[in-house]
Design a protein around this ligand. Structure first.
Ligand SMILES: [Zn+2]
Length: 503
């Protein structure tokens, strides 16, 4: 067994055992590929990451909205998804299994991305490389089928679809935003919610689910103001790990370059778009992804979506699956609003304060929360020790409280500490089963940031032991100072031993 496969299996079994991600669900009915349940630890972690993302968006003055998941056919005609949201599928001539031709090629050859290749090119590569059906070893039929990824449903007899992205549903109330934002561009909104894609053969765990959570920021901008962007000055000296199309073609490495320099070199088309890239980068740094595992990769022309003029992806290097796309930043121009204007017969142009009638352009920061959740589990899993060294500010459980023994009043004190910390809005757990060593091990495996033990000394001097997961150092602190110290430990860069006397 290869080392990588070994890691994926160990990680999957670890996250299952510790209540992070279960599936494919329904497990007791053999599972349907691409559907997962977040268990208690997984849901806490996903919530934490989503809240960090909310915080970053709000910091940049975006407002959150929530639109319906199901929309009638007309919407998807207008958005272009009915016609173009398709994958190239090939069929095995022996067992009839279907596969995505581009993904097969990416898995079996050195080609990093086969996205956007013509049918002919895909068939030629399958042939030349001698790629066979993964389930039976047979050859493929010599045709590529268009396979639409949208999940169809019916609402009171009307053909409708589960949304394949939150973006389109965010755009539809455009006229309402215009009034809410008092007829002034730019307008910034974001939506976190479920979307659905009928992937032919989903693999790679929650990285390719058929049901997943997206988090997409949308900015409506004046087409003439993309290069007079107020917030540009704040980010122009920011260095980003850029991997331009030119660097990719020349097989160079990505480079840390300031946004200003990247603009000079012509990598980034506008100030507003550059700002979006910096927000996207900030999102992933803020959830604790190490900077040396992040790069921003420019899309080639044949890779771009039907709506995008400019497109870069944020990619994270995973131990399981290597460089993985986690976010797309797109300049969608007036594609969406013009199309909805045409299909709905509603005038979606606006008159801005310079007296000009325009259809705003849309810049989008599109990502999800399943891939970042998986990335955190992947990156911080120490397979040797069976520990999740999750960054403490997003640890699923902030603090676990133990009574040393279940007698002599210790549980009462521990329960009281639990209650107080919970009131202070920490994610707390109470654990009184097994030896202290076993309780530490259990919490380390789940990524709990800190453990607090109530012992016999607590009764004498009102102090408890605080233990850090990563260093395993322990300090003695007063109960009355516990929540303050915990807060400082979780959200600042201080040293653990500065919290109290080392034990
Ligand atoms: Zn087959």
């Amino acid at each position: 067994m290869s080392e990588k496969k070994d890691f994926v299996e160990e990680l999957d079994s670890h996250v299952k055992q510790n209540g992070f991600i279960w599936g494919p669900e329904p497990e007791i009915y053999n599972g349907l590929a691409g559907f997962y349940t977040y268990g208690p630890s997984g849901k806490l972690l996903k919530n934490k990451l989503e809240n960090v993302m909310r915080d970053v968006f709000r910091d940049h003055k975006f407002y959150e909205v929530e639109a319906p998941i199901i929309m009638p056919k007309k919407v998807w005609e207008a958005s272009g998804h009915l016609e173009t949201f398709i994958d190239p599928m090939v069929l095995c001539s022996k067992c009839d299994s279907s596969y995505r031709a581009d993904k097969l090629i990416e898995e079996k050859t050195k080609i990093e991305t086969a996205d956007g290749f013509s049918d002919e090119k895909l068939l030629n590569i399958l042939d030349d490389e001698g790629i066979k059906c993964p389930s039976c070893g047979g050859g493929f039929k010599k045709e590529v089928h268009d396979y639409n990824l949208m999940m169809k449903t019916s609402v009171a007899g009307q053909e409708s679809y589960n949304r394949p992205e939150t973006a389109t549903t965010t755009y539809l109330p455009f006229k309402r935003y215009w009034r809410f934002f008092r007829k002034k561009l730019p307008m910034k909104v974001f939506q976190i919610g479920k979307a659905f894609r009928n992937e032919i053969s989903p693999r790679q765990h929650v990285l390719r689910g058929r049901e997943f959570t997206q988090a997409e920021g949308q900015i409506f901008v004046h087409p003439d103001h993309k290069n007079s962007w107020n917030e540009y000055d704040k980010v122009k000296e920011t260095k980003l790990p850029l991997y331009s199309e030119e660097m990719q073609n020349q097989e160079k490495k990505w480079e840390m370059i300031t946004i200003k320099e990247a603009r000079k070199k012509g990598y980034l088309s506008s100030e507003a778009y550059s700002w979006c890239l910096s927000v996207a980068y900030d999102l992933f740094v803020s959830i604790g992804i190490p900077k040396n595992r992040i790069r921003l990769r420019e899309h080639g022309d044949d890779e771009k979506s039907h709506y995008a003029r400019e497109a870069w992806d944020v990619e994270i290097r995973l131990d399981s699956f290597g460089w993985t796309e986690v976010c797309g930043v797109h300049d969608r121009t007036d594609y969406d609003l013009s199309s909805h204007d045409k299909y709905s017969h509603e005038d979606l142009s606006v008159t801005t304060n310079d007296g000009k009638k325009v259809i705003p352009h849309i810049l989008e920061i599109a990502f999800g929360t399943d891939r970042p959740t998986f990335a955190v589990l992947d990156i911080f899993f120490d397979m040797e020790e069976g520990v999740l060294n999750i960054p403490k500010h997003v640890a699923p459980i902030d603090v676990s409280v133990f009574p040393l023994v279940s007698k002599e009043g210790l549980p009462d004190i521990a329960e009281e500490i639990y209650r107080q910390l919970h009131e202070q809005k920490f994610d707390v757990e109470y654990d009184d089963r097994g030896s202290i060593g076993k309780r530490y091990a259990r919490n380390d495996a789940k990524g709990t940031a800190v453990c607090v033990t109530v012992d016999f000394d607590t009764k004498k001097d009102d102090t408890v032991t605080m233990r850090d997961r990563n260093s395993q150092e322990q300090v003695r602190v007063k109960i009355s100072e516990l929540s303050n110290k915990l807060e400082r430990w979780l959200y600042t860069d201080m040293n653990f031993e500065d919290l109290g006397e080392l034990v």
